[in-house]
Design a protein around this ligand. Structure first.
Ligand SMILES: CC(C)(COP(=O)(O)OP(=O)(O)OC[C@H]1O[C@@H](n2cnc3c(N)ncnc32)[C@H](O)[C@@H]1OP(=O)(O)O)[C@@H](O)C(=O)NCCC(=O)NCCS
Length: 131
């Protein structure tokens, strides 16, 4: 029996793919998808760091399938490592065609984003102890 893949981590962001976000092929532009991932991961990183953070690196970005205009786009994620000032967050983007209700959601993109907790001068600061 084939195991059906499910999103890993918590739902961090849900939005709609709009016509203004397309590339010349008419699919959704990969840069827009990456920016949604960065926003979603940044939300989780801010919660963990309880304050200001910045993105320091993006790794292992893989685009599995195109996203269509009108698809519901969800970003799920979980933190896999907390260092002194850095957080490694794995993010997955799942799309669900809104006009074809019979079609299941599918994973379109995934990647690993690293964020750093920073102080008011933009320098790394220690992440507070987690509850
Ligand atoms: C993030 C930044 C503050 C780190 O400064 P830095 O002088 O490299 O700091 P450090 O060497 O002390 O590293 C701090 C932490 O970042 C991690 N780090 C630094 N560069 C990294 C990289 N390329 N990839 C992954 N982690 C990195 C270090 O491992 C360290 O983690 P730890 O504290 O958990 O051990 C600095 O590189 C910066 O301001 N970058 C620009 C950020 C930015 O503008 N982002 C885009 C908009 S949000």
């Amino acid at each position: 029996m084939t195991e059906i893949r499910q999103p890993q981590g918590q739902l961090l962001l849900r939005t709609l793919a709009m016509p203004a976000d397309t590339n010349p092929n008419g699919d959704i532009f990969g840069g827009w998808i990456m920016s949604q991932m960065d926003i979603a991961g940044g939300l989780l990183a801010k919660e963990i760091a309880r304050g200001r953070i910045c993105t320091v690196s993006v790794d292992k970005m893989t685009f599995h399938s195109p996203v269509g205009v009108g698809d519901a786009v969800c970003v799920h994620g979980h933190c896999s490592r907390i260092g002194t000032s850095s957080m490694v967050i794995h993010l997955e983007v799942w799309a669900k065609p809104m006009l074809k209700q019979e079609k299941d959601r599918y994973c379109v993109t995934e990647g690993t984003f690293t964020y750093v907790a920073i102080n008011e001068s933009g320098r790394p600061r220690p992440i507070p102890a987690q509850a």
